[in-house]
Design a protein around this ligand. Structure first.
Ligand code: HPA
Length: 278
């Protein structure tokens, strides 16, 4: 799928017609963060399947809903459920909502996910600030886009995980007494978890955590000129780092266990973002 400017713009206009709010922050909710939507006020929630130009949801049991609402008074667009590359969507489809949120006027994107820990000093259930990423597979979300859709064809993403947002997240975590590691997130296409040899290779390449999401969306954000703050919940140690088998049940269970801390941190970050720009 190759999108045009009109696709992004029409989808954004459609969404803005559903709410009087003008979201300032976009949040992609990974495992464990979904319940943050219960804290929103003035909510309009729309299933992805009802949003103009959003890809059709393949898994009917997976909650996929966009919440437009206020988090502690700050207007946000929160994606509960995301499109994963491993489900068979193209990278462009996976990342399409990010371009739409940019067209809706958001100023900052917060991306969150569950990830396997590669850095041996990490442990299950901790949080990591994403400082950079590694993507080894070839496809890009903007591959094949016409010369200018939301940005330039060739674009620099070396500061997409913006340093000032990282500093803000570290201050927020320190204020709440939440330990926050920092590291590089490696994207693997999945859906299989990695082999121990792949994890050793990623470690050699400088990765601290590994997961199957987020990077397509971050690349789209970089393309559209949208600054990103990324947070991973380390739900398990990656293959071979620990001998324990990796299961989706475990990933979800740890995500749930960390949920309250993770939600508190994101709330503090959003309040600080709003205060900073006020
Ligand atoms: N690998 C890839 N994706 C993941 C993992 C992992 O170990 N844990 C949670 N998401």
């Amino acid at each position: 799928m190759v999108y045009t400017y009109q696709d992004f713009e029409e989808s954004a206009r459609f969404l803005l017609q559903q709410t009087p709010l003008r979201p300032r922050v976009g949040i992609i909710l990974g495992s464990g963060l979904g319940r943050i939507t219960e804290e929103l006020t003035e909510v309009t929630a729309i299933d992805y399947s009802d949003i103009l130009h959003f890809p059709r949801v393949k898994d009917p049991y997976h909650q996929c809903r966009l919440y437009l609402g206020c988090l502690d008074g700050v207007p946000v667009a929160a994606m509960s459920g995301r499109y994963h590359y491993y489900e068979g969507y193209s990278m462009a489809e996976t990342a399409f909502p990010v371009g739409v949120m940019k067209c809706m006027g958001i100023e900052t994107l917060i991306v969150t996910n569950a990830a396997g820990g590669i850095n041996p000093s990490f442990g299950q259930g901790g949080l990591m600030l994403i400082c950079d990423h590694i993507k080894l597979c070839a496809e890009s979300p903007t591959r094949g886009f016409a010369k200018e859709v939301l940005g330039e064809r060739f674009f620099d993403i070396s500061h997409v995980y913006r340093e000032d947002l990282q500093a803000l997240a570290k201050e927020a975590a320190a204020r709440l007494g939440i330990p926050l590691w920092e590291g590089v997130y490696a994207f693997m296409s999945g859906p299989q978890y990695e082999t121990p040899a792949e994890i050793r290779a990623l470690r050699t390449l400088g990765a601290d955590a590994v997961g199957m999401s987020t990077v397509p969306e971050v690349i789209m954000a970089g393309y559209a000129g949208l600054p990103v703050l990324g947070l991973s919940c380390i739900t398990n140690m990656a293959a071979g780092i620990s001998q324990a088998p990796i299961t989706n049940d475990e990933v979800l269970k740890i995500g749930q266990r960390v949920s309250r801390t993770f939600i508190a941190l994101v709330r503090e970050i959003v309040s600080r973002l709003a205060g900073r720009d006020a």
